[in-house]
Design a protein around this ligand. Structure first.
Ligand code: FES
Length: 109
């Protein structure tokens, strides 16, 4: 996040929806964000893959990691780190308030 951006929280989807679908894509301002339910935790990553821009929300969760449908890069959903790659997918903080998933408007860092 740059100094000129003010971080704020944005309400997205009901947690119950995510529990059914396990993943979804939401719009947070001008950003597309991919939400994933891994175990009982919710994670939010920018939807546009840092590699070549495919939609992470069309990927799958495999062994607790997010696998991009483009070229199968595997991301840690908590840190956004890509396995065996130098690139890192931007991640957003998440909290659940009254059964609704909220994410930060801008990624961490
Ligand atoms: S676009 Fe995601 S791995 Fe290539």
């Amino acid at each position: 996040m740059s100094d000129t951006e003010t971080q704020y929280w944005v309400a997205t989807v009901p947690l119950a929806d995510l529990k059914r679908r396990k993943k979804t894509r939401v719009e947070v301002g001008a950003r597309a964000v991919a939400l994933f339910l891994v175990g009982d935790r919710v994670f939010a990553l920018d939807d546009v893959c840092v590699h070549k821009g495919r939609s992470l929300s069309r990927g799958v969760i495999w062994q607790g990691k997010v696998v991009c449908p483009g070229h199968q890069w595997t991301f840690d959903p908590e840190t956004g780190e890509a396995e065996d790659q130098d690139d890192c997918q931007p991640v957003h903080d998440v909290r659940v308030i009254d059964g609704v998933v909220h994410v930060t408007a801008f990624p961490r860092g």
